[in-house]
Design a protein around this ligand. Structure first.
Ligand code: ASP
Length: 347
């Protein structure tokens, strides 16, 4: 509570300072960030080899999205370029390598949002679509619906000629062993994995359009058709050119209750909108103000008992991360030459 109050106070104080307005370029330039899940990621729990494997995987996804943006592509294409790579990588809990449900199958959720016109698509509970993020994109492009689930979503995927694979395609031994441990010892999903492994990406393209996407297998041992925040627009994913683009990872139930992605964007929108001499206009936010808003919403998740993190890009400046866990697999790159991947919170 105190932290979010401080963030708001900080915001109010910054508003009174004329210097607020500008650490941003006048012309939009591309900016990109990815995540591969947050959790109890600590140096002493990970061998240097494991750390290197994750950094290499993150860099590959970051490079794929950055290339799209550098060559003038759209933010939506950058988001799908990175997420399809992470979905194919069994190290992450999305696509191949997804966690198992209580019944021992892989059940996939994903969503995507285009900040240009606030178009959105999402899918939940699919078992045979190789790239759930591409199915979410197809739902968005079709435009009649936002969220499709289960068999119907799979029929739609076949109708759109998306790649269909047998359900076993997603299964890995490591994930099966995590489910067995969870069942045998009556543990929670976090006890068997120490982290959430959802993947996501947020982008601003050189036309100034924002996009966000998220893809996941959910939580190990999930039952009863449980669906988390990842495929829910406003919870795990949100994008609006007037505010920001957000992708989340963490204990989904809490992220739904706080409507994390939409809450962040609404606060950003309010902070950008200023009335000067009777005229309303949007001003660029400093990175500090943006960080304060994002940290404030993650603090609210923490106050309810949830944990995880988000990646955020706004209409100007660099991408921002926030987490209340010891680490989050993540990376960010910009047209100005920023290019970095990180795992631990203190990096
Ligand atoms: N947020 C996801 C869910 O609750 C889990 C994750 O981030 O890994 O389904």
């Amino acid at each position: 509570m105190r932290k979010s109050l401080l963030a708001i106070l900080g915001l109010a104080m910054t508003f009174t300072m004329p210097a607020l307005a500008h650490d941003a370029p006048s012309k939009p330039d591309w900016s990109f960030a990815i995540h591969g899940g947050a959790g109890v990621l600590q140096r002493d729990r990970m061998t240097p080899e494991k750390q290197a494997e994750y950094r290499t995987a993150l860099q590959a996804a970051l490079d794929a999205g950055s290339k799209v943006l550098r060559e003038g592509g759209t933010s939506i294409d950058a988001v799908t370029a990175a997420i399809t790579i992470l979905e194919d990588d069994p190290k992450f809990n999305a696509g191949r390598g997804a966690v198992f449900t209580w019944e021992g199958i892989n059940e996939l959720d994903a969503s995507i949002m285009d900040g240009n016109g606030r178009k959105a698509g999402a899918i939940a509970g699919v078992h045979v679509v190789r790239h759930p993020i591409l199915l979410a994109k197809a739902v968005m492009q079709d435009g009649r619906h936002v969220l499709l689930s289960g068999k119907g979503a799979e029929e739609f995927a076949m109708d759109r000629d998306l790649e269909i694979v047998p359900p076993e395609f997603f299964a890995t031994e490591e994930r099966r062993e995590q489910l067995e441990r969870l069942k045998a010892k009556n543990l929670s999903a976090l006890d068997v994995e120490f982290k959430y492994g959802t993947v996501g990406a947020v982008a601003r393209d050189s036309a100034g359009h924002l996009a966000a996407g998220t893809s996941t297998g959910g939580m190990t041992g999930k039952r009863w058709g449980r669906i988390g925040d990842s495929p829910l627009i406003g919870a795990g994913t949100y994008a609006d050119d007037a505010s920001c683009a957000v992708s989340a990872t963490g204990s989904g139930e809490y992220f739904i209750r706080v409507a994390v992605a939409h809450s962040i964007c609404e606060r950003v929108k309010a902070a950008r909108r200023m009335t000067l001499a009777g005229e309303t206009q949007d001003v660029p936010l400093t990175t500090e103000v943006l960080q304060g808003i994002v940290d404030g919403v993650i603090a609210e998740v923490g106050e309810l008992g949830g944990d995880g993190g988000v990646i955020v890009v706004s209409p100007s400046g660099e991408p921002v991360f926030s987490m209340n866990t010891p680490g989050m697999y993540r990376g960010r790159a910009t047209a100005n030459g920023l290019n970095e991947v990180a795992i631990f919170a203190d990096e």
